[in-house]
Write a protein that binds this ligand. Structure first.
Ligand SMILES: Cc1cc2nc3c(=O)[nH]c(=O)nc-3n(C[C@H](O)[C@H](O)[C@H](O)COP(=O)(O)O)c2cc1C
Length: 186
């Protein structure tokens, strides 16, 4: 069981949206929280496409989400919405799986034109899965996430991400009464 589960909805590798999840996981692990990652692209495609929620790998993914306090979902914007890959996975999840969890939605996109895709596309499906505590989404344009030695975030995004990490940390400490995590910096 992990405190935080990340769900990566990109079919690509390497992937910008998945790299953001990696950054978040590293920072939360530095605060002594446990994390787990679900890369939907690595789940069995036959199970995803034929709606087999009893597939063992799908069941394990569902269990990880069920056990977590925080779920971070990241997707690239595809045709003004989230990816079809993410949708087939979300379709397999039980109805209220996100109730009682803090959910943090993230999208990366090539342009600012689809900045609101998190609000009009992703958030409604997260709500349909029972999510009541959805944090403000983080939209990152490709130009704000540069690759040199590793992925590097634009300072403005860095600042917003930092605030969200602090909010998640506070929530996790409250949920689990983990005072040891407070003192650990970014
Ligand atoms: C099939 C496809 C459709 C896309 N559609 C959009 C779009 O509608 N709006 C947008 O801003 N970017 C769009 N993009 C760009 C990606 O959202 C962007 O490059 C994203 O950061 C890729 O994330 P990833 O590396 O995690 O896959 C599209 C890319 C692909 C491959």
């Amino acid at each position: 069981m992990s405190d935080i589960v990340t769900i990566a909805g990109s079919p690509s590798y390497p992937s910008r949206s998945s790299a953001v999840l990696e950054i978040i996981r590293e920072r939360l692990e530095a605060r002594q929280f446990t994390t787990e990652s679900i890369h939907v692209r690595n789940l069995p495609s036959e199970a995803l496409l034929s709606g087999k929620s009893d597939d063992i790998r799908i069941k394990e993914a569902i269990q990880s989400i069920t056990d977590a306090y925080v779920v971070v979902v990241a997707t690239p914007v595809y045709k003004a919405a989230y990816t079809g890959l993410l949708k087939v996975f979300l379709d397999l999840l039980p109805q209220q799986i996100l109730a009682e969890k803090i959910v943090f939605p993230i999208a990366t996109g090539g342009s600012q034109a689809h900045l609101l895709a998190i609000d009009y596309a992703l958030k409604p499906v997260l709500s349909a899965l029972g999510a009541q505590h959805i944090l403000n989404g983080l939209y990152i344009q490709d130009s704000q996430l540069q690759y040199t030695d590793g992925f590097e975030l634009d300072p403005a995004i860095e600042q917003r991400l930092d605030k969200t990490i602090h909010a998640l940390t506070r929530h996790l400490i409250h949920s689990q009464n983990q005072p040891a995590a407070i003192a650990v910096g970014k």
